[in-house]
Design a protein around this ligand. Structure first.
Ligand SMILES: CC(C)(COP(=O)(O)OP(=O)(O)OC[C@H]1O[C@@H](n2cnc3c(N)ncnc32)[C@H](O)[C@@H]1OP(=O)(O)O)[C@@H](O)C(=O)NCCC(=O)NCCS
Length: 140
């Protein structure tokens, strides 16, 4: 759990999830929420968090340590996210991404996400969020 909290702080400096929030999710006390952890050579290599509610799965978090990026870890996490979403009966995966997060936007575009809408000034610093969606069964 400490590795997830540390990666939250490094990857989302403006809005990291706290130890309490991560602890609550990891302990399973949030019924719709699933935490997925990637490992490489037995060591923590990233996390993804999704919430499945009815036909919508929301990808709330996905992050990979900087030194492991562009090596396919998030692609593997996303495949697991889709599998959990499908098993939960969801038809699509939704997410919000900062408009200025070029790496994440390229990643999602590569994996079949399309823009569904925009939430103006969604983030604390005034940046817009883009709402992206993809069918749950999309094969990368
Ligand atoms: C977005 C993020 C999760 C991608 O993780 P990753 O493990 O590096 O992604 P992958 O290695 O699976 O990348 C797959 C493809 O996505 C695209 N991509 C990923 N990072 C990219 C970047 N920095 N620039 C351009 N394209 C990128 C590429 O098409 C890449 O394939 P390629 O490396 O063969 O060109 C990672 O950059 C990250 O942790 N960022 C900080 C946290 C964050 O912003 N999360 C998303 C919040 S909405």
């Amino acid at each position: 759990m400490a590795a997830i909290v540390a990666l939250e702080a490094a990857s989302f400096p403006l809005d990291p999830w706290s130890e309490n929030l991560v602890g609550e999710g990891v302990s399973g006390s949030l019924p719709t929420v699933t935490y997925l952890v990637a490992e490489r050579d037995g060591a923590f290599a990233g996390h993804a968090v999704l919430s499945v509610v009815d036909v919508d799965a929301e990808l709330q978090r996905i992050a990979v340590p900087e030194e492991l990026r562009r090596t396919g870890v998030a692609t593997a996490l996303l495949a697991a996210v889709r599998a959990v979403a499908a098993a939960g009966g969801a038809g699509r995966v939704l997410l919000e991404v900062r408009e200025d997060n070029t790496a994440a936007r390229r990643f999602y575009e590569r994996h079949g996400f399309a823009e569904l809408g925009r939430r103006p000034r969604y983030y604390r610093d005034g940046t817009d969020a883009l709402v992206l969606a993809s069918p749950v069964t999309m094969v990368p």
